[in-house]
Write a protein that binds this ligand. Sequence first.
Ligand code: IMP
Ligand code: MG
Length: 183
Amino acid sequence: MHKDLKEVLLSQAELDAGVKRLAQRISADYAGRCVTLVGVLKGCVLFMSDLAKNITLDTRLDFTMLSSYSGEHSTGVVRILLDLKESIEDCDVLIVEDIVDSGLTMDYLLQNLKTRRPRSLEICTLLDKPSRRKAEVPIKYTGFQIPDKFVVGYGLDYNGIYRNLPYIGVLKESAIEGNKTCR
Ligand code: IMP
Ligand code: MG
């Protein structure tokens, strides 16, 4: 385990099993269709890669990048930093997100993508922290519900660090207080 973590919340094996479960459900639900995965950068990267590899449908990958977050707390102000490359009109779209916390980011993205007239639009999140919800968002696919703890790894970061960890763990207070950076 990384020295800045106080516990591992989800091991590599648990993540692997959870992601495969989601991919199986998605492959069954969209059978015979082509699905467009819209990943929310950068947190989606490891999850989306493993999810896509286990989906047995024709699949397109596209990405968006939003900003709503700085450090440990959500600011609630959402901006689009990078928009989709392709049109999603008449497509079956599945948003792929690392974690839904306050729900403000997802609420904004859902409303924004709806205006582009997709055939269907659903949310797939690896993690759900329901205790901190401020905006109700309809999540169709959830990997794991987690308690109100700040977690890193498998795409999730603190100050841009720890995304590459192959498991998800809870950050020590000392790493947060030390405001660790990569420089
Ligand atoms: P929301 O708008 O509050 O739902 O925040 C969603 C975004 O906040 C996620 O996509 C993450 O990037 C970030 N986030 C929320 N909770 C955590 C956490 O525990 N660790 C790392 N990032 C988090
Ligand atoms: Mg994110």
